[in-house]
Ligand binder design. Structure first.
Ligand code: F6R
Length: 262
């Protein structure tokens, strides 16, 4: 795992640069894995800037969201489908037909989950996956004790996650209890992964993901088995890491090597 510890402002710039490199290398039909929540917003803003400047083009690319609340359809402003439309589809210039979000309003959520998993595979898999991290170590909505090999499925949200996300709802009671989420096994099939986290509340989860044992109690720790994961965090989110000095040293070396590449 590559760990980049930087400022809040830099996080989005560095993540966007990684996404842009993958997209350019993959070509116009690149497949982007997108997260909702606060963590990727600065990355989307920088990608939108690149698109507006003509440096990047998503008009033939596809995107797959990680998850959706059970019971919320795309017309509900609190749905992840609505968030993705506002934060990703429109500002990054995606063709809406090529942006996919699990169908939280499906008559049968179990079938919708299976179909979503198949759709990702049929699109050729995700080239670069952006991930936020829950305070409990979740990625997507894979809550602690999720199977490390899980596929896209229906999950029950923990009270902690409902509380963390209640800021997007009028009342805690309005936060759905069910969701559809890509599984950990599904996420692991992405060809590269970028994990984003800021703030002290994420410090324990980041320590578990980067340095903890691989355990279903910290679902993001499965990424230690992923060959191309970059973790980009601010000082506060890095504050419980034990090997900080080593990560900074490695980053200096890598930044220099990349700058000097022919
Ligand atoms: C969102 C998602 C979640 C969030 C995580 C962090 O699609 O899958 O795992 O990434 O809960 O949320 P923020 O970034 O709002 O702190």
């Amino acid at each position: 795992m590559e760990v980049i510890i930087t400022t809040d402002e830099e996080i989005g710039l560095r993540a966007a640069r990684i996404v842009a490199d993958v997209v350019r290398a993959r070509g116009p039909r690149a497949v982007l894995g997108v997260a909702t929540g606060s963590s990727p917003l600065t990355t989307y803003a920088e990608l939108a800037r690149m698109v507006a400047a003509g440096e990047l083009d998503f008009s033939h690319a596809s995107a797959f969201a990680l998850d959706e609340y059970g019971g919320l359809g795309p017309d509900d402003p609190r749905s992840y489908a609505a968030t993705i439309r506002e934060e990703v589809t429109v500002p990054l210039g995606f063709d809406p037909e090529r942006v996919h979000v699990p169908d939280g309003a499906a008559a049968d959520l179990f079938v919708a989950a299976e179909e979503y998993d198949v759709a990702i595979r049929e699109a050729g898999g995700v080239d670069v996956q952006l991930l936020g991290v829950g305070t409990n170590g979740h990625i997507g909505f894979n809550e602690p004790t999720s199977s490390l090999a899980s596929r896209t499925r229906v999950k029950v949200l923990t009270e902690q996650t409902r509380l963390d996300n209640s800021r997007f709802f009028d009342h805690l009671d309005d936060v759905p209890t069910l969701c559809l989420t890509q599984g950990l096994g599904t996420i692991m099939e992405a060809r590269s992964v970028v994990v984003l986290a800021t703030g002290e509340s994420k410090a324990e989860a980041i320590a578990g993901i980067v340095e903890g044992p691989v355990t279903a109690m910290c679902p993001g720790s499965i990424l230690q088995w992923h060959p191309r994961t970059t973790v980009i965090v601010d000082e506060a989110a890095a504050s419980r890491l034990r090997n900080v000095d080593y990560y900074r040293y490695v980053q200096q070396q890598l930044d220099r090597m990349r700058a000097e590449r022919p």
